[in-house]
Design a protein around this ligand. Structure first.
Ligand code: F6P
Length: 545
């Protein structure tokens, strides 16, 4: 394998400097200006693949800038980095692990080696075990301790062990079966009490999901729920109502979960990339193995697209480069993700973990501080609701906020009147963000409304829209398990590309450790077991609890 790490600051790349100059050169040209200058603009800004259309034409970039971005990816050694990831190199350097969530959705059984061993046979066996279990629960053959079938499933987990399953279960609600699914994540007692409300222990299955099986929130919730359960059921009922997903079988056994009820996962699956693994057990219960397989199949297709497609037509890669363009050359502070469907209302929150836990790093792979921005800040909410909330700031605020608009041509329930309205908003917004509204247009409108001249003069500046706001449009046929798999995998690969170009380690998450350590100390203090020195603010806060 070629060397994929480099010792440079990425800002030392020759292309980085050229991009810096190029940004200055085209800064005064609007997106509309680029359309005027480039009669063939859609040739390179319109990407079509399978049932995806990605239109990147409404961006502050021209052909020369686009080519420079592609060149940057080459200079950063992206091609070798992609191969290293897919073939099991230990690219999670600080944890000394391979990164192979892609193996879980690989379309065939070609060997994938980790430490010289083929991981595919075991992962297929684990998948089959999960599918067989889910079939049994869904069909009602799996019986609780009083002989009744399962009606409710509660997923207990946090971070990647919650967000991935939760976002997909919500997104695929159209495909769900009769099982009623709930999620408990926060350590907050009120949250878990609410989630347990009305549950019958005889017909409830608890799925404890924790890669490490040491996470405070998950283990506290699991312990409290086990006590709640044992207040109503005998001890040997545990095996019919509690299953675990973890790499840590010692701990799952110690918790009391039978080995046959434990679904293993491997350390080469990162928490925030784990919904494709047994962490997706709750998804598989909610929609059944067929749809779960379709989800994997869709993601597998996106993997192939990412691995094999030339850079300029490679969707995750191009979107990653545009994001770098705004983050590093236009000083954009954040990006919005606006799915035009309520089914994807939690997608921005899910991607926050994926994107910000992965690329929120300030140390380069060479161990030195970086002298450029990394880690885009992601936020968003579904359209059209978002239009009535924060779109004001995107349209007329002072900040530059590039946005991804994600829409689906067909609705799932077939109400075309509503779908037409939804899609008209979807298209209108990106057009409006680009075109804005000029002073002359405002004047014509005000004239027509009959307002007197003085009043018109006063109102005009507030009604002008500067426009030139960049957007990507991702238009997909229909929200199916397969297209959802493609979409999530698209963003995963985008994260990877950005990490390579920024020269950071995207697959560790040391930044969440400090808070965990401190919380344990403070817990000791709240419970009166110990005391530690603190700053005056922390001391006073502690005295108030
Ligand atoms: O937030 C940090 C983190 O390690 C995530 O990466 C992970 O998804 C989450 O905690 C939960 O960890 P576990 O699955 O081990 O309980």
């Amino acid at each position: 394998m070629k060397k994929i790490l480099h010792d440079k600051q990425s800002s030392d790349f020759q292309t980085w400097k050229l991009l810096d100059d190029h940004q200055k050169k085209i800064a005064a040209t609007s997106i509309k200006g680029h359309f005027r200058n480039e009669t063939n603009r859609l040739e390179y800004t319109w990407l079509e693949w399978e049932n995806f259309i990605v239109d990147i034409s409404k961006n502050r970039i021209d052909r020369e800038g686009f080519d420079l971005l592609l060149e940057l990816a080459k200079e950063a050694g992206l091609k070798d980095a992609i191969e290293a990831q897919f073939t099991g190199a230990k690219i999670n350097y600080t944890e000394k692990r391979a990164v192979l969530h892609t193996a879980l959705r690989s379309p065939d059984n070609s060997p994938i080696l980790v430490d010289g061993s083929n991981i595919v046979p075991e992962l297929r066996a684990t998948q089959e075990k999960m599918y067989a279990f889910c079939d049994k629960v869904i069909s009602g053959d799996w019986k609780g301790y009083t002989g009744k079938s399962i009606t409710h499933v509660v997923n207990i987990g946090i971070g990647g062990s919650d967000l991935g399953p939760a976002v997909v279960v919500e997104a695929l609600a159209h495909y769900e079966n009769h099982l009623n699914i709930r999620f408990i994540s926060n350590v907050e007692g009120d949250h878990h009490s609410e989630a347990l409300k009305g549950l019958n222990p005889e017909t409830t299955l608890f799925v404890i999901v924790s890669k490490t099986f040491t996470t405070q929130e998950t283990i506290s919730n699991a312990n409290s729920i086990r006590s709640w359960f044992l207040n109503q059921a005998p001890k040997d009922a545990i095996s019919k109502h509690f299953v675990a997903v973890s790499t840590n079988t010692k701990k799952t056994i110690a918790f009391g979960i039978a080995i046959e009820n434990t679904f293993s996962m491997k350390d080469w699956v990162g928490g925030r990339f784990s919904l494709w693994s047994t962490v997706g057990l709750t998804i598989c219960l909610a929609v059944g193995p067929k749809h779960f397989r379709d989800l994997l199949e869709g993601a597998g297709k996106m993997d192939l697209h990412f691995r094999k497609t030339p850079f300029e037509k490679n969707i995750p890669l191009v979107l990653a480069l545009l994001s770098i363009w705004y983050n590093n050359f236009w000083n954009a502070e954040s990006e919005a993700i606006i799915p035009y469907t309520q089914y994807l209302r939690s997608l921005p929150a899910y991607l926050q973990q994926g994107i910000m836990e992965s690329n929120g790093k300030s140390i380069g792979r060479n161990g030195k501080s970086l002298n450029y921005q990394t880690g885009t800040i992601i936020w968003g909410a579904p359209g059209t609701n978002a239009q009535h909330a924060f779109f004001q700031l995107i349209h007329q605020g002072t900040k530059l906020i590039p946005a991804d608009f994600i829409g689906f041509k067909k609705s799932l329930k077939g109400n075309s009147e509503h779908q037409n309205k939804l899609l008209s908003n979807f298209i209108a917004q990106t057009e409006a963000l680009m075109n804005g509204k000029t002073k002359d247009q405002v004047k014509i409108e005000l004239d027509a409304s009959g307002i007197d001249y003085n009043e018109q003069e006063k109102l005009t500046p507030f009604k002008v829209f500067e426009g030139n706001k960049p957007t990507n449009t991702i238009l997909i046929d229909k929200l199916t398990p397969s297209s959802l798999g493609k979409l999530i995998a698209l963003y995963e690969h985008k994260i990877f590309v950005q990490g390579v170009i920024w020269n950071i380690h995207s697959y560790d998450q040391w930044g969440v450790e400090l808070g965990k350590q401190l919380a344990n100390k403070i817990l000791d203090e709240i419970e009166g077991k110990n005391s530690y020195p603190h700053d005056p603010s922390t001391l006073k806060l502690l005295s108030k609890i």
